[in-house]
Design a protein around this ligand. Sequence first.
Ligand code: PHE
Length: 423
Amino acid sequence: GTSGVVNVMGKDYTRDHLTNITPTIISKLSRKLYNQPGHPLSTLRALIESHFADYAHLSSVSPIVSPAQNFDGLSFPADHPGRSPTDSYYINKHTMLRTHTSAHEVEVFARGTARYLLTADVYRRDEIDASHYPVFHQMEGARVVSADSTGMAELTADNARLRAELARSPIVIDDIPHFDARTNPHQPEHDPAHAVALAENLKLSLNGLLLKLFGGRANLGGDAEGGEPLRVRWVETTFPWTAPSFEAEVLFRGEWLEILGCGVVRQKTLENANVPDKLAWAFGLGLERIAMILYSIPDIRLFWSDDPRFAAQFAQGEISAFRPYSRYPACYKDVSFWRPDVAGGTRAMHENDFCDLVRDVAGDLVEDVTLTDEFEHPTTKRQSVCYRINYRSMDRSLSNDETNALHAKVVSELKNQFGAEIR
Ligand code: PHE
C-alpha cells in the first residue's frame, strides 16, 4: 500500500506514491558479494584494484541515496527515463537505491580524493532472464588533476609512459579521435590540449586494464587465445555528466562486447563538488557482465547461489572456467490478464512491476519471464497481456506441486496487489 512505513537497513521510511522497493530487494542490501573470499566478483574486483594500485579503494558505501546524488548532481535531465519508478527502486520520493556507482562521484570529488575506485551493489528494475538481475555490481574509477600546468605535466608524463608500455603489449586498439566537434565535443570550458590529455589518459589507463582482464587468457577461446593480440575498439557515446564520452569494446569469440562506459567529467559536476579548479575523468563497469565472460558463467543467478558446488570451484585470485554441474528441467507456466493500473492509478502496470512480483513469490526459482501475447480490446481499449514464466532451480529438480503452488501464488498476488483481472 501507499501508507505507513517501510523499514530498510534498520531505518523506517515513510511510504509515498513512488515507493516500489520490494522485500526481495531489501533482503539483498547487505550481502556484499564483492567481499566474499573466492567469489568471482571478489577476485575480479581485486584484479581491477591491482591495476589501479595507487588509487584509493573504496567500498561499503550505503546503497541508499537521494535522487540528487543519483541524478541531479550528474546533470540528468528532468525527463530522463532512468528517473522513472518503472526503472529505479524508490524508498520514497526523497530516497532511492543507487542505479550506478556514479551516484557517489560528487561526494568523493568533494572530499578531495584525487584517484579512487569505488565498488558497490547497484539496483535497477528490469526484465528477468539469464543476464538480468535487479541487483548487480559496478566499479567506478576516477582521476582528478588540477586545471593548470601542474595537472597537465602530470598527465603528459603519464601518457608517455602508458603509451610506451602499450606499444610493447599484445593489443590492437581501434581508436577514435579524442573528440569530434559535431558528435562528441569537448567541453567549451576546456582548452583543447587539456581535453586531449585527459581523454588520452583515460583511454590509455583503460586499454591497460582491458589487457590485464582479457589479454592472453587461454580459457577465453577465440581471438584472445593462442598468441593473438587482444582487440579493443573505442566508440562514441553520451552520458549526462561527461564530455567527450566513450565506450570500450573487446572482441571475444568473434563478437564485439561492450565492457565499460567513461568520459571526461563535466566541469558542472566538479562545480557541484566545490572543486571547479580541477579536471577529471571517470569510468564505470559492470562486474557480473565481465565475470560471466571470463568465467563462462551462464546464468547471473549463480553469483547469488549458496550451492557449495558453485563456491567450491573458485579460489581467490584465480580465474577459471565454470564447470556446470547439471541443468534441471524447466517448467513453463502462462498467465493472461487485463493490464491493471498501479501506483494509485497513476500509470499502467509495467513489465518490471510484474517481474518484481514474480521475484517476490519465486525468488531465484524463476529463470525467465517473457511477454508472449499482447492486444488491445477494440472497443473497451483495455489491454490484455500474457506472460510465460520459466520456473527452474539451478540446484535441484522442482516438483510439479511446488511449481504449481508458486504459480498459483503469482496469480493470487496479481489479484491482491494490483487488482488484476485474470483471463
Ligand atoms: N555510470 C555509468 C553506467 O552505469 C558508467 C559511467 C561511469 C560513465 C563514469 C561515465 C563515467 O553506465
